[in-house]
Design a protein around this ligand. Structure first.
Ligand SMILES: Cc1cc2nc3c(=O)[nH]c(=O)nc-3n(C[C@H](O)[C@H](O)[C@H](O)COP(=O)(O)OP(=O)(O)OC[C@H]3O[C@@H](n4cnc5c(N)ncnc54)[C@H](O)[C@@H]3O)c2cc1C
Ligand SMILES: *[C@@H]1O[C@H](CO)[C@@H](O)[C@H](O)[C@H]1NC(C)=O
Ligand SMILES: *[C@@H]1O[C@H](CO)[C@@H](O)[C@H](O)[C@H]1NC(C)=O
Ligand SMILES: *[C@@H]1O[C@H](CO)[C@@H](O)[C@H](O)[C@H]1NC(C)=O
Ligand SMILES: *[C@@H]1O[C@H](CO)[C@@H](O)[C@H](O)[C@H]1NC(C)=O
Ligand SMILES: *[C@@H]1O[C@H](CO)[C@@H](O)[C@H](O)[C@H]1NC(C)=O
Ligand SMILES: *[C@@H]1O[C@H](CO)[C@@H](O)[C@H](O)[C@H]1NC(C)=O
Ligand SMILES: *[C@@H]1O[C@H](CO)[C@@H](O)[C@H](O)[C@H]1NC(C)=O
Ligand SMILES: *[C@@H]1O[C@H](CO)[C@@H](O)[C@H](O)[C@H]1NC(C)=O
Ligand SMILES: *[C@@H]1O[C@H](CO)[C@@H](O)[C@H](O)[C@H]1NC(C)=O
Ligand SMILES: *[C@@H]1O[C@H](CO)[C@@H](O)[C@H](O)[C@H]1NC(C)=O
Ligand SMILES: *[C@@H]1O[C@H](CO)[C@@H](O)[C@H](O)[C@H]1NC(C)=O
Length: 613
């Protein structure tokens, strides 16, 4: 009988714990009085890393304010290949657009940013690519802080990473180098978990037939990415691993010192103090409300309730609203270029002209070839029977074709040093081991417009990963709920066009390798025989940003005249305000940006803990 009672008591205790372990949707449910040691603005990729690590210390209380919705149970975020469903105008999106891009023949682009817990790690393409050792050694040089160098940041990549078996549990020897990975972190990383045998054989054979241009690289995350290798993705057990599924897993959200409030959009930092000669902000103002999915399209932010609240951070405010949200909040708080703030009637707290300047994204285009094998993604996406079978298989065992986003191999390439572009441009890369160009290969047309059941493709995405173009994020309204003005400046520098042209030629040489000739019918669009001008037109008319935005609150050396944050990520000229997200990277890494974001957030958490120990 005793065990029965004990069991009931345990169940009751479990219930009490469970009732605490949740994500708050209403500020009036929060147990604290809106006074915390740390307030983290933005429950995104970096923000949840910081919140998790700080609350490892039971003495620190942390409030996370996230504007967006919960990730829990959102199937399109869980199933790796379904992410496309999140990328339109949905409640999971901020619905930003850019200003007309002069380098793209005046096109206005949608600019995707996640509006949900986990931030962009909840809706990105799951590529796990760290960049080159040179990228990080350059950050160390720019900031004068060796802590950002490759050898010192690598432990933080490993602290984040939970290397995991692929969904199909195949033998992965020869597909990665375990010396550069850790199984002990939180975010799952794995190799492709569904086989496309014909495609795989052809890709790997190409590294043998064209070894000068496409040498096989066992592990592109070793710091030396040049060559062609197997893609690693933030997928575990056939499901997306985001900062929300990993750093906010049930064992963490149960912590009593960690409160996460969603539907809470921060407008500005308030109550600037300057008593000690070291100015700081005392409060974080936000509006709270429940999403209203019925709102008419085009009208932003009207789901935000009218109730305004101010949270207080006794130790620090951590700004992790992402490369768009962070400069937006800084400027609306009076931190930015004084002339611009004056023009909008926003009182300047700190003249810091670097805010929102020198931002960078990369540029990419997609190319496709018709093939006469049916072993492609189209065999599933264009066949309702197989699509349903694949869904049932995923639902049953988290295996099958839906365990990945699409691409399975990546080539990282450098322009030769003899390239004519270097007559007029200095090399924007971080050095001879850093790629300029990325080619992304997949057995199909991926997320692109569907063809029909009789069409099958092989696809190559082409990107310039060391762009020379730069843009800005500014504001043109004093209302913090108006969207910021995003000008990526895409393809304004001719280096970027040159690199994309060369990348396209490289993709043609790839599918021109002898091994492909048994299945390649031809390119869907002949880009090989275009004049340079016509090819440039094609590029300007089709290029898109891969959404790897950085630089909007860039770090620089302590005594540097430019930049927004010091190497310890504290905002220059202010105390107790740190930026921890992709905004702080002064130059985009030659890679996709989530791995760098996870690693920098892990290091930032250590720096914050050390400061307040
Ligand atoms: C569609 C897409 C695909 C991508 N694919 C890849 C990929 O395959 N691999 C890769 O490495 N990288 C990829 N990236 C880039 C990568 O995901 C981002 O660089 C990275 O996740 C950025 O992390 P962050 O912490 O800086 O910002 P985010 O993850 O965007 O987090 C910011 C958070 O702050 C919240 N927020 C913003 N403003 C406010 C406010 N005012 N109040 C409260 N909360 C606010 C946001 O809702 C969000 O949750 C992709 C990005 C996108 C958009
Ligand atoms: C928490 O605070 C107590 C009391 O000040 C202290 O003894 C303890 O070491 C602290 N714990 C950590 C992890 O810092
Ligand atoms: C804060 O106070 C110091 C000394 O009193 C002064 O030099 C500084 O300009 C002030 N900063 C701001 C942002 O007001
Ligand atoms: C939050 O809770 C308060 C008090 O219970 C309630 O009045 C309010 O309507 C709630 N807000 C929302 C947006 O549900
Ligand atoms: C984006 O648009 C969708 C569809 O109109 C809407 O439901 C969502 O709330 C919008 N997101 C924001 C942050 O306003
Ligand atoms: C669709 O898939 C089913 C099941 O594998 C198969 O029997 C059928 O032939 C396929 N249809 C087409 C048009 O390929
Ligand atoms: C997925 O599996 C669950 C049981 O695990 C079942 O209840 C549900 O209906 C399945 N969904 C679909 C769409 O097959
Ligand atoms: C470099 O610039 C000069 C002068 O503008 C121009 O004549 C030349 O064609 C350029 N070279 C290349 C490779 O673009
Ligand atoms: C379907 O594919 C066939 C063969 O390539 C092509 O002739 C036809 O136009 C395509 N139909 C559509 C709707 O794309
Ligand atoms: C701000 O810029 C946007 C374009 O990004 C434009 O649509 C909007 O009208 C501008 N608002 C003001 C107040 O100028
Ligand atoms: C596929 O196309 C190639 C190139 O046109 C041709 O040589 C080959 O015989 C075709 N193979 C099949 C299986 O149809
Ligand atoms: C296009 O260029 C390629 C490579 O130079 C050549 O083999 C092919 O015959 C050309 N095609 C046409 C239609 O001119």
């Amino acid at each position: 009988m005793l065990p029965g009672i004990l069991a009931r008591v345990l169940i009751l205790l479990g219930y009490i714990t469970a009732s605490r372990c949740r994500i708050y949707e209403n500020v009036s449910d929060l147990p604290e009085n809106l006074i915390y040691d740390f307030v983290v603005i933005g429950g995104g990729t970096a923000g949840l890393v910081v919140a998790n690590r700080l609350t490892e210390n039971p003495n620190f209380s942390v409030l996370v304010l996230e504007a967006g919705v919960s990730n829990v149970g959102v199937l399109d975020s869980i199933i790796p290949s379904f992410v496309g469903n999140l990328l339109g105008p949905t409640i999971y999106e901020w619905n930003y657009t850019t200003v007309p891009q002069s380098g793209l023949n005046g096109r206005v682009l949608d600019y995707l940013r996640a509006h949900m817990l986990g931030g962009c790690s909840s809706h990105n393409g799951m590529f796990y690519t760290r960049g080159s050792a040179g990228d990080f050694d350059r950050y160390a040089k720019i900031t004068g802080d060796a802590g950002w160098s490759w050898s010192e940041i690598l432990p933080y990549f490993l602290k984040n990473e939970k290397w995991s078996p692929p969904a199909d549990h195949h033998d992965t020897s020869g597909e990665f180098n375990p010396a550069f990975h850790s199984t002990k972190g939180l975010t799952s990383v794995s190799l492709p978990g569904f086989a496309w045998p014909i495609f795989y054989d052809h890709v790997l054979q190409t590294t043998k037939e064209l070894p000068d241009e496409f040498p096989f690289n066992l592990d592109m995350n070793s710091g030396f990415p040049l060559g062609l290798g197997w893609l690693q993705s933030t997928v575990g057990d056939g499901m997306r691993s985001s900062s929300a599924t990993s750093y906010l897993a049930s064992e963490f959200i149960q912590r009593e010192n960690l409160n996460v409030l969603i539907h809470a959009q921060v407008s500005q930092l308030v109550d600037a103090q300057n008593v000690t000669g070291e100015p700081f902000f005392d409060g974080v103002k936000f509006k709270q409300g429940i999403s209203c999915p019925q709102q008419p399209p085009g009208i932003l932010y009207n789901e935000i309730g009218t109730s305004e609240f101010t949270a207080r951070a006794v130790k620090e405010i951590i700004l992790s609203a992402g490369a768009v949200g962070t400069p937006n909040i800084l400027m609306h708080s009076g931190i930015g270029d004084q002339a611009m703030l004056n023009a909008l009637g926003i009182p300047t707290v700190l003249h810091l002209p670097g805010v929102g300047q020198n931002i960078q994204d990369q540029a990419s285009i997609s190319t496709r070839w018709f093939v006469n094998t049916t072993q492609t993604i189209e065999s599933i996406t264009q066949n309702a029977t197989r699509f349903n079978e694949a869904f049932e298989e995923w639902n049953r065992s988290h295996t099958g074709p839906f365990v990945e986003f699409g691409p399975t191999h990546v080539a990282w390439l450098r322009l030769p040093s003899s390239s004519s572009v270097f007559e007029n441009h200095t090399d924007p890369s971080a050095g001879p081991q850093t790629p300029h160009i990325e080619l992304v290969f997949e057995a199909g047309a991926g997320l692109g417009p569907p063809g029909n059941a009789s069409q099958h493709f092989m696809g190559a995405g082409v990107a310039v990963v060391t762009p020379a173009s730069r843009g800005t994020i500014t504001i043109n309204s004093s209302n913090p709920f108006d969207p910021p003005v995003i000008d990526l400046g895409l393809l304004q520098n001719d280096f970027d066009i040159f690199a994309l042209r060369e990348g396209i030629k490289s993709a043609y040489r790839f599918f021109g390798a002898p091994v492909w000739q048994d299945i390649i019918i031809g390119p869907t669009q002949d880009l090989q025989n275009l004049t340079t001008d016509a090819l440039d037109e094609f590029i300007r008319n089709t290029a898109a940003p891969p959404l790897h935005l950085v630089g909007s609150a860039a770090m620089s050396a302590r005594d540097a005249p430019d930049g927004v944050v010091n190497p310890d990520l504290l905002v220059k000229g202010l105390a107790r305000l740190r930026v921890v997200d992709a905004s702080v990277l002064p130059i985009v890494p030659s890679a996709h940006t989530q791995a760098a974001t996870f690693a920098l957030a892990e290091r930032a958490a250590d720096m914050i803990k050390e400061r307040w120990m």
